[in-house]
Design a protein around this ligand. Structure first.
Ligand code: GLA
Length: 736
């Protein structure tokens, strides 16, 4: 196996970043601007090194009225000197113009990956990442304003799979303040293909509440493509992920060029084709809502983009992201531990839950075989409906007269761990907190404070609000034996400004909010390493690598309908591993779709993530309870394979597909889940081919049939579905 490394070829004026599966080449052009020359499969160097300067000829001077070499794939383009695409970096200076011309000055090659001040980022951990992370730092400067940029490129991975982690640090070395209006974290170019099957397509994860991360794949190049969130959260609507694939790319074959943002707030990602020769991807903070005033000597750090190339299709891309996010993101002790199987009170009992209900639920949960009871919304202050009390984090004296400690201990006496829900970033106008601090929410003086779910958002850009929150959450966690905290965030930002910031800094409010949130999350999770934290945002409205840096699992969606979940989980799995996708069995008819799906199907869908229950056992018959108990035990015995194994998607539920299927492989075991949407009359059994197995290895299924890996991949398994809609099949193979 080759080691990741970074070489500078002085004569050819280029940097070659290479790792297993990847080469990335940056050139310095005749004007000292940086040009991305190559991003793709590994390039072998010649005895003379690597000279790609001839590729500059791809990007000529242009026609006579195009004065400059405008059509080059610059690394940090800006407008004003001949580039007419979207700028990656732009600063308004004291002369009033926004020309920003960053040119190469020097570079450093480091052996480690520096942390990003105040922001989450990928890092080396002791669970498999290579300890050396070669990092290239390119130093650029605008000669007139003295804005300096340091561009960071780290080759980070786990031995087999490597990604390029990028960010930028902008420092004002001039004597006048600058206003940053564009500060993308990364821009990269993908060369056009000459054959029709090599045509580029853009792929992203679009959605809405209860319909998160649906895969969209469409032609690139005809017009600019922009996905974004301005909502103050990475959002249900677009995940901060954008990829370019070829028309011929499949789950297992072909090129994929992808970017994913390690950030939980408003972002933008672009795909533009300024010239037939290449299409570029750009990702960073959303320039519509983020600006930053940079005083002399001040530095601004952009969040990190994790950039991945795969020549093995979308599954190949997912393997790289999954490996990286399981081993090099966050520090949770639970990352590689068996997660407790839990029953959550929300869908079954709702907000009116009280002490007696909770204790009864604990007894029922124990009978079903789970490890933990989670008390969701409804336990605090006057929370009898969803219109009040956010901010008043003490147990409701009416509903929970004996308090949290008593309750948690009672639950533990039943043999279960106790978990709790909070929505710490929010404040209800009807709360003691709001009555004492009406200025602690995001708002604009003189304008209406728009409510959503009758709540406002605390102004986490303010240090005193951060301190208050840290103290409040710590008080709750110290008040009782609490083993798990579900951290919810149930509305998008409006009037997204801090009243504590001066006018010239108002546009910094959203990013300062995120920095404040990350500080709070960092402190609270570090103070309670033994507590399992789960992120949630009206389901999966903040399913991003930023939140996963602090909490190793996220509630995937408020839609628990098994059929809808197949799409949501399939789309989510493009980037995020099953170990962070929380998936529960809920009652039927489903509360979001009204659909009835078999218990088996709900169970198998939930086994594709962190398994749990979201049911009211009081409504279940004895035989249903027996069946649930069986699935809880099954989930427990198979949990490790889904959490630690490699996921390969086999059949997509999108489009007109009548099926979905995926496979997990871990050391000696392979676990296959297949789902069929509608039952058809008089049909043949289905043949399902697996993937990514060693050809010669022998496997045996639970009925004693033996197969070679090659046989499973090329001849396939035969699946028999029942004669009912929404049926599911599980096959567990073990190496012989
Ligand atoms: C959000 C979450 C749900 C539940 C409710 C409680 O919608 O996604 O799981 O916790 O809030 O209000």
């Amino acid at each position: 196996m080759t080691e990741p490394m970074i070489a500078f070829h002085e004569g050819a004026r280029l940097f070659h970043l290479s790792a297993p599966g990847l080469s990335y080449v940056i050139g310095i052009d005749e004007d000292n601007r940086l040009v991305e020359l190559y991003w793709g499969p590994p390039l072998s160097e010649t005895n003379d090194g690597l000279d790609l300067s001839y590729l500059m000829r791809l990007y000529p001077e242009g026609a006579s009225f195009e004065m400059k070499p405008i059509r080059r794939p610059y690394l940090v383009p800006s407008i004003g000197y001949g580039w007419y695409g979207s700028p990656a970096v732009q600063a308004v200076n004291d002369q009033g113009d926004n020309m920003t011309d960053l040119r190469y000055v020097s570079h450093e090659i480091l052996h480690h990956k520096p942390a990003l001040e105040g922001l989450p980022s990928t890092h080396v951990s002791d669970t498999g990442a290579s300890s050396e992370v070669p990092t290239l730092v390119l130093h650029l400067e605008d000669a007139l304003t003295h804005l300096q940029a340091a561009l960071f490129f780290s080759l980070i991975g786990t031995g087999e799979h490597f990604a390029l982690a990028r960010h930028m640090e902008l420092t004002n070395e001039g004597s006048a303040p600058l206003t940053l209006t564009h500060m993308a974290s990364a821009q990269s170019a993908v060369p056009a293909g000459q054959r029709p099957d090599q045509a580029l397509q853009v792929l992203h994860l679009k959605g809405a509440w209860a319909r998160e991360r649906q895969i969209v794949r469409t032609a690139a190049g005809e017009a600019a493509y922009r996905i974004e969130s301005q909502k103050g959260a990475s959002s249900h609507y677009e995940n901060p992920f954008l990829a370019l694939v070829r028309k011929s790319t499949t789950e297992d074959t072909g090129d994929v060029y992808a970017m994913n943002f390690v950030y939980s707030g408003s972002f933008e990602a672009l795909c533009e084709t300024p010239d037939a020769a290449f299409t570029f991807l750009q990702m960073g903070l959303n320039s519509a809502v983020h600006q930053w005033r940079l005083e002399p000597s001040g530095t601004f750090v952009t969040p990190e983009v994790v950039q991945v190339y795969s020549s093995h299709g979308l599954n190949g891309m997912s393997h790289i992201y999954h490996d990286l996010y399981r081993h090099c993101l966050g520090n949770s002790l639970f990352q590689h531990r068996a997660r407790p199987l839990l029953l959550n009170s929300w869908e079954g009992l709702g907000i009116t839950i009280n002490e007696q209900d909770t204790l009864q639920l604990a007894r029922q949960a124990k009978e079903l075989g789970v490890d933990m009871l989670v008390l969701d919304d409804g336990w605090f202050a006057n929370r009898n409906d969803d219109k009040r009390s956010l901010g008043d984090w003490y147990p409701s004296p009416e509903k929970f007269p004996h308090g949290l400690k008593w309750l948690a201990e009672k639950v533990r006496e039943e043999g279960l761990l106790f978990g709790l829900w909070m929505e710490p970033e929010m404040i209800s106008p009807d709360s003691d907190l709001y009555r004492s601090h009406p200025d602690w929410c995001l708002h604009v003086d003189g304008r209406e404070r728009s409510l959503a779910r009758t709540q406002l958002i605390l102004d986490l850009s303010r240090r005193e609000v951060q301190d208050y929150l840290i103290q409040t959450i710590e008080n709750v966690l110290n008040s009782a034996p609490i083993s798990y905290l579900k951290w919810d965030y149930n509305r998008n930002m409006t009037e997204p400004f801090s009243s504590a910031l001066p006018p010239e800094r108002k546009m910094e409010s959203q990013h300062r909010y995120m920095l404040g949130l990350y500080r709070v999350l960092g402190e609270v999770t570090a103070a309670f390493p033994q507590v399992l934290f789960e992120s949630c945002s009206g389901g999966g409205g903040r399913f991003d690598a930023g939140m996963l840096s602090y909490m190793c699992q996220t509630w995937t969606s408020d839609d628990t309908d098994a059929y809808e979940r197949l799409k949501i989980q399939y789309g989510t799995s493009l980037v995020y591993p099953a170990s962070c996708m929380v998936a529960h069995i809920s009652d039927v008819p489903n509360s979001q779709t009204g659909r009835r799906t078999p218990l088996k199907t709900r169970a198998y869908a939930a086994m594709g993530g962190c398994f749990g229950l979201e049911i009211d056992p009081g409504h279940a018959s004895d035989s249903e309870k027996e069946e649930i108990r069986k699935y809880v035990e099954e989930a427990r015995s198979l949990q490790k394979i889904a959490q630690e194994g490699e996921l390969d998607r086999l059949i997509s539920p999108f489009g007109d597909s009548n099926m979905a299927a995926w496979q997990f492989s871990l050391e000696n075991e392979v676990l296959v889940y297949a789902f069929r949407r509608l039952s058809l009359p008089n049909t043949m059994p289905v043949r399902l081919c697996l993937t990514n197995l060693p050809e010669q290895t022998q496997y045996e299924d639970e009925e004693g049939h033996r197969y070679s890996g090659g046989q499973l991949m090329h001849a396939g398994l035969v699946l028999r579905f029942d004669g009912q809609d929404f049926d599911a099949v599980r096959i567990h193979l073990k190496k012989v």
